[in-house]
Ligand binder design. Structure first.
Ligand SMILES: Nc1nc2c(ncn2[C@@H]2O[C@H](COP(=O)(O)OP(=O)(O)OP(=O)(O)O)[C@@H](O)[C@H]2O)c(=O)[nH]1
Ligand SMILES: [Mg+2]
Length: 221
């Protein structure tokens, strides 16, 4: 029985990896930089994306977003306020996005007309780590209220990330956030990873983040 479950799981992951590889090829050919944002529920992914989409659009970039949640289209409605094309993916009980869901929700979009595509994953620190969505950059987010040792407790996500974002630094003092300890935890799991310290409320750290996005997009071309 156990063997069959393991085989089934490996089969699902293999199929996902194949489709993700195909998607990555399409994204690269279209010249769109794709980012997959992963964190626990409530870290501030949508707030961070709301600000990112708005600021990129103010600078003339062409952006779009897909957002995953088990239910509701609340996040899509928040993100769409930026004016960018946005689609909600409801997974109805599944705790992560899969390449097939991304592929299906991209139908009708001309990828070559986009500079950046952001995918907000379902809020979960474990499940999304195993599912490649064809992204170029996986971003792991951690808020100042979650505990500085989260990267040590949930290493798979941080270990597979290309960049890390610490969110809500505007309330760091109120929750006794230990910045050095958090940076140390991230670095222990993914040495040398680029870390951004941000607040979607005050805009702190956004300039560095946007510079990074521009550099990454230029490097992809
Ligand atoms: N003080 C402060 N609060 C923030 C910040 N970013 C987000 N929040 C608050 O944190 C809560 C959760 O933010 P969301 O953006 O919905 O978080 P999320 O990661 O998208 O949540 P899920 O999609 O449910 O996983 C909201 O009440 C936000 O207002 C920030 O930079 N500073
Ligand atoms: Mg959200």
């Amino acid at each position: 029985m156990t063997t069959r479950i393991v085989e089934l799981r490996q089969g699902i992951l293999k199929k996902n990896d194949e489709l993700a590889r195909e998607l990555r090829g399409r994204f690269t050919a279209a010249g769109v930089l794709v980012l997959n944002l992963v964190s626990s529920p409530g870290t501030g992914k949508t707030a961070f994306l709301e600000r990112t989409l708005r600021e990129l659009r103010e600078n003339g970039a062409r952006v779009a977003a897909l957002v995953g949640d088990l239910e509701t289209d609340n996040d899509a409605r928040r993100l769409a306020a930026s004016g960018a094309p946005v689609r909600q993916i409801n997974t109805h009980g599944i705790c992560h996005l899969e390449a097939e869901m991304v592929s299906r929700h991209l139908e009708g979009w001309e990828l070559a007309d986009l500079d950046y595509l952001f995918i907000e994953n379902v809020g979960n620190l474990v499940c999304p780590s195993s599912y490649d969505l064809g992204e170029r950059i996986r971003v792991a987010l951690l808020s100042v209220t979650e505990g500085e040792d989260k990267p040590l407790k949930y290493p798979t996500l941080f270990n597979s990330a290309d960049a890390a974002v610490i969110t809500k630094i505007d309330i760091a003092a109120a929750v006794d956030f230990d910045r050095a300890l958090a940076l140390q935890s991230i670095d222990a799991i993914r040495p040398g990873i680029r870390v951004f310290e941000t607040s979607s409320r005050t805009g702190a750290g956004m300039a560095e983040w946007l510079d990074y996005l521009r550099q990454q997009r230029a490097a992809q071309k």
